[in-house]
Structures are given as structure tokens and as C-alpha cells.
Design a protein around this ligand. Structure first.
Ligand SMILES: [Zn+2]
Length: 130
């Protein structure tokens, strides 16, 4: 079951679709999708397309990532709260990498998701709206 969820998630990402799971009992979303509801433990969840809207709450700059991500360093990695509720860490763009302390951007900032390729991986990137 867990392998199938991961495969479905990545197959959809390759096609540019953000698919999460929604609990029919309590309406809690999970993204990236998990096999059981975080809130009520229900294992019988339904696939739903996520809006891709969210807020970047915090970020920091990664200068020395490993593997395929070395090619795109430095980049920002932030905590995003999606409109539907899930919170997760991912790459964020449109934020100031050189001097985050300038205070040009007040967090949290609204952001929109795009699926991008880094090396052989498809990942979710959130772009800050200015
Ligand atoms: Zn639930």
C-alpha cells in the first residue's frame, strides 16, 4: 500500500499534478500523501488534486546539498503550509538568497507550487508571490 501511494504520487508529479489524499471521515488532507489519516487514523483515503496554493512560513538557504541538488545550490528550503492544511519542507523560489535579513520580504508570504525537475527527480517547488 505505501509503495503504491509513493508511486502514484511521483507518477502524477511527473505529469505536473499535485495529488494528495483526503480523509472522507474528517476532511483532513495529507501531502505528500500518507497511508492513514493524520487526524483520525482512517486508512481508507481518497486521491484529490491539491490547489498548489500555500504560504511560505520560514526558509533558509542551503549551500552544500548532496547528490543531484549540488547542481542547483545555493537554493532556499522552506516550510510551506498548503491551503488545504498540510505543512511540509520543500524548495522555495522567489525569496532573497543573498541577504534574508534585509527584511524585504515579510513572512509568511503567499506562494504557488510548480513541479520542476532537479536531475532525474520531479519535485514540488513553491514560488513566493511578490
Ligand atoms: Zn481523518
Amino acid at each position: 500500500m505505501a509503495e503504491l501511494i509513493v508511486k502514484t504520487y511521483y507518477d502524477n508529479l511527473k505529469n505536473g499534478k499535485l495529488m494528495g489524499l483526503k480523509c472522507p471521515k474528517c476532511s483532513t488532507h495529507s501531502f505528500p500523501p500518507k497511508g492513514t489519516c493524520n487526524k483520525c487514523g482512517n486508512p481508507d483515503l481518497s486521491w484529490v488534486q491539491m490547489s498548489g496554493e500555500g504560504k511560505i512560513n520560514v526558509y533558509s538557504v542551503l549551500n552544500y546539498p548532496g547528490g543531484e541538488f549540488q547542481a542547483v545550490a545555493p537554493y532556499a528550503f522552506g516550510l510551506v503550509k498548503m491551503k488545504e492544511g498540510p505543512v511540509f519542507y520543500t524548495m522555495v523560489k522567489g525569496v532573497d538568497l543573498d541577504d534574508p535579513w534585509k527584511g524585504n520580504m515579510k513572512l509568511p508570504v503567499d506562494a504557488t507550487a510548480k513541479v520542476e525537475k532537479v536531475g532525474t527527480k520531479s519535485i514540488v517547488v513553491f514560488y513566493a508571490k511578490k
